[in-house]
Design a protein around this ligand. Structure first.
Ligand code: AMP
Ligand code: TRP
Length: 326
């Protein structure tokens, strides 16, 4: 088998360009390189750490599948499935939980941030990184493409690997984090913070209409310096916009700054909005076509789960024997 790449996205609302540039686009590139076995899951158990009516949860799961397919994840090339369809994920998570220290989980900044945002600190939210480690280790992943906010979770997965291997004998390898150049896209209205679903006003969603996108880009926070520049420390707002422009055009941030050297913020923003709208148009078109194929998509997800489970079962057999479950 080729080296394995694993990643997961929560079905917890619309995707924004941070998810796309920071993670999803990279997942598609890794798939298309042909060098890896790519295993991508819609992590519905993770999303359950936030309470939601059943109907909405089901709709969000299918919606995320549609978005992933529209962005270029191809079920013929990657294994795409829903986490809860493969019960080995929670089986392994239990076992990994028994070797994970409370202290390590208490240090997770994502947990602390979610609690600070007002999320209920339920046990699921607390042990979330253990389930994530199971998602990765079940397939013995070499590397995990994620945005920069997930780095600490992968570090924990590596720590769990070391503990497991030393307690039960070499079984897993430590997964690497791979981040995209845009590992952290900032919020449009508060560039000190990352773009996040929890603050929708600062997000450019993949399915915003052209007018919505124009409106949001035009009112994005910048600064009182003169001229376009790229200095994420000193000028986070304009640098974020330059980075987004650079990501959608393939120019380097420095080339973008040079190209717009003599232009004001408003004109730059106007051009940026059109760049984004054009870049996302094919994805939006594909999504509209996929919305008519829901039953086909469900079948593809089920087929994906079968493929994933084949690998997962093998790992679980090995793990059960190693830890002494009869
Ligand atoms: P989430 O929707 O928060 O579960 O994130 C899904 C993926 O997108 C994860 O790999 C995140 O690290 C990545 N991601 C989320 N927000 C951003 C952002 N603002 N910039 C870059 N990557 C992000
Ligand atoms: N915690 C990740 C996020 O919020 C989602 C996730 C769950 C994941 N399991 C994973 C990412 C396994 C990579 C690999 O974005």
């Amino acid at each position: 088998m080729k080296p394995v790449i694993v990643s997961g996205i929560q079905p917890s609302g619309e995707l924004h360009i941070g998810n796309y540039l920071g993670m999803l686009r990279q997942a598609v590139e890794l798939q298309n390189s042909g060098h890896y076995t790519c295993i991508y899951s819609i992590v519905d158990y993770h999303a359950m750490t936030g309470l939601l009516p059943a109907k909405e949860r089901a709709a969000q799961t299918l919606d995320l599948a549609i978005d992933m397919l529209a962005a270029g994840i191809d079920p013929k090339k990657s294994i795409l499935f829903v986490q809860s369809h493969v019960p080995e994920h929670t089986n392994l998570a239990w076992i990994l939980g028994t070797i994970t220290s409370m202290g390590d989980l208490q240090r997770m900044t994502a947990y602390k941030e979610k609690v600070a945002e007002g999320k209920t600190p339920n046990v699921g939210l607390f042990t979330y990184p253990v389930l994530m480690a199971a998602d990765i280790l079940l397939y013995k992943a070499e590397a995990v493409p994620v945005g920069d906010d997930q780095r600490q979770h992968i570090e924990l997965a590596r720590e769990i690997v070391r503990k497991f291997n030393s307690a039960f004998g070499k079984t897993f390898k430590e997964p690497r984090t791979i981040t995209a150049k845009a590992e952290r896209i900032m919020s449009l209205d508060n560039p000190e913070k990352k773009m996040s679903k929890s603050i929708p006003s600062g997000c450019l969603f993949l399915h915003d209409s052209a007018d919505e996108m124009r409106k949001k880009v035009m009112s994005a926070t910048t600064d009182s310096f003169s001229g376009i520049g790229y200095d994420p420390e000193k000028r986070p707002g304009i640098s974020n916009l330059v980075l987004i422009y650079s990501e959608f055009t393939g120019l380097t941030p420095q080339e973008v700054v040079k190209k717009y050297a003599d232009i004001g913020y408003a004109d730059f923003k106007r051009e940026l909005a059109e760049v984004i709208i054009n870049a996302l148009a094919p994805l939006q078109k594909e999504r509209r076509a996929l919305l008519k194929k829901k039953s086909e998509i469900l079948r593809a997800l089920q087929a994906g789960a079968k493929k994933a489970q084949k690998i997962a079962t093998q790992t679980m057999e090995e793990v059960r024997a190693k830890v002494g479950l009869v």
